[in-house]
Design a protein around this ligand. Structure first.
Ligand code: G3P
Length: 216
């Protein structure tokens, strides 16, 4: 499973890249707003340091304007993926951009049928938001499983990005069901490292090394 970082914070991206764990990045207007930089400047910084695909979201809501913005964004780097919201206008833009050879990530997907329509429009990626579904008492990961099954039935090449990931169990479940990608906030990536027995085990090794005076 590919791991994308769901952040526009350069320090987080640099750390993830040092660990060799960043296959790509997803951003959205809310994440860019947190960085307090002009929209396209913030995206350019991310695109410059990340070798993999970077989802850059359009701000317009009408298809023609989305396509115009997408063309500008696509010129910012060879690794740009255009993120569009799941709306009828978003799907119109997706079809046009697919025809132009520009990859699209359709975001704000909350149902299997939305994912199906996005794939049929030529989306390279769909992003079901698992955490936000869990928040309202649904099972976000069940949606991911349903989309994967649906795409496998018809051989769609659209990749599924488990998004709105809130904790390491979402990551584990996504990997166990064969999801193509999980996009994770930096703190969730950090949490994936953690196990108390690993920490205790290392403490014990270090204490024994000291006690026995072991040297390299
Ligand atoms: O990738 C989508 C993600 O940024 C949404 O996450 O935590 O705002 O639901 P969240």
């Amino acid at each position: 499973m590919k791991i994308f970082l769901d952040t526009a914070a350069v320090d987080e991206l640099k750390k993830g890249l040092e660990w060799g764990l960043v296959d790509g990045v997803t951003t959205n207007p809310s994440l860019i707003a947190k960085e307090g930089k002009p929209y396209r400047e913030a995206l350019k910084e991310v695109l410059a340091i990340v070798p993999g695909p970077v989802s850059c979201e359009v701000l317009a809501t009408e298809a023609g304007a989305m396509v115009e913005e997408a063309k500008v964004l696509a010129d910012l780097g060879t690794n740009v993926v255009i993120k569009v919201p799941f709306t009828p206008e978003g799907l119109k833009a997706t079809r046009t951009l697919h025809g132009l050879g520009i990859p699209v990530n359709v975001t704000l997907v909350f149902s299997p049928n939305q994912a199906l329509l996005a794939a049929k429009a030529g989306a390279a990626y769909v992003s079901p938001f698992v955490g936000r579904l869990d928040d309202i008492g649904h099972d976000g990961m069940e949606l991911v499983a349903q989309i994967l099954e649906m795409f496998a039935n018809y051989g769609f090449e659209t990749e599924v990005i488990a998004a709105s990931v809130r904790h390491p169990d979402h990551v584990k479940q996504a990997a166990m069901m064969g999801c193509h990608i999980a996009t994770v906030p930096f703190k969730v990536l950090q949490a994936c490292f953690k196990h108390p027995l690993t920490d205790i085990g290392l403490e014990n090794f270090l204490a024994d090394i000291k006690k026995a005076g072991i040297r390299w």
